[in-house]
Design a protein around this ligand. Sequence first.
Ligand code: KG4
Ligand code: ZN
Length: 334
Amino acid sequence: MSYILSIESSCDDTSAAVLHDDRLLANVIASQKVHEQYGGVVPELASRAHQHNIVPVVDKALRDAGIDKRQLDAVAFTRGPGLLGSLLVGVSFAKSFAQALGIPLIEVNHLQAHVLSHFIRTSDDYQPPQFPFMCLLVSGGHTQIILLHSHFDMEIIGQTIDDAAGEAIDKAAKIMDLGYPGGPVIDRLAKDGNPDAYTFATPQIQGYDYSFSGIKTSFLYFLRDRLAEEPDYIERHKADLCASIQKCIVSFLLKKFERAALKHRVRQVAIAGGVSANSALRSGIAELGRKHQWKVYTPTLQFCTDNAAMVGIAGYFKYLNGDFADIALPPYTN
Ligand code: KG4
Ligand code: ZN
């Protein structure tokens, strides 16, 4: 039996969670609104906001969990990848907290944490995925097809060679002046649009790798030509544009993922990361599951975008292995 406090501060969300073994007792997330006015995360402001948020967020997580800090058995933290100034806040906090309590530290890789979020026991009858299974990890910084042989034996089958899927969606939103982060806005506006109104070419790329920079450029050039003729073109066609660019990105993601899953003959598949909140991706993977009789894991929304619960579950499996971190460990950005 273990109580683990986990900390996530790799980008612009300050989060703390408490897990009792694989069960989640509390998951507190403070999202930083300050970046919206700049159209993207400003690293300097992110680290300042983490500094402001970290103590109250941890305090609330412990109170929500209904435990005293002296009951904790370990502190897990995101070591990387992420923004250095952001990571340093969480890493330094975790180290000093663990030292003060005399308990072990556990370092967690942010990407592995996203994938392992499917092992958080959300109900008594919850059945986590069984190995091997394949996961499509899609976030603002990463796009990977991962074959899991065990909790920490993750084989990368394919990945983006340039932009991440979330980055491409955010850039498309920025072109349409929809604010930051654009993913949730595109998702919402797309619901009233026709996904077949426009087609944007997807690149021919070998194997199971992705490339998203060309899609963004063709979207940009297409709109530039239309706007030259009709300055209010985006305003008048916003829903169709959102639905079409979303369909383009989601179909490309799923087409390669389907081929990879068939090639590796997996029976269970999952999606993870911020873009796994996307409704078209969620319904698309569910449809693939029906087509191939795959068991499909889609994370609940609180586990899609950055959160400490996923860091806690990754930390729990490392705790079981006695895989503890040295106090001198620095964060890594890549
Ligand atoms: O995993 P995450 O919170 O941070 C990273 O590790 O990058 O992912 C953030 C990304 C952003 O690009 C955001 O626009 C995207 O996830 N996102 C979405 C949706 N919700 C968040 N993209 C499409 N549809 C959504 N509903
Ligand atoms: Zn993330």
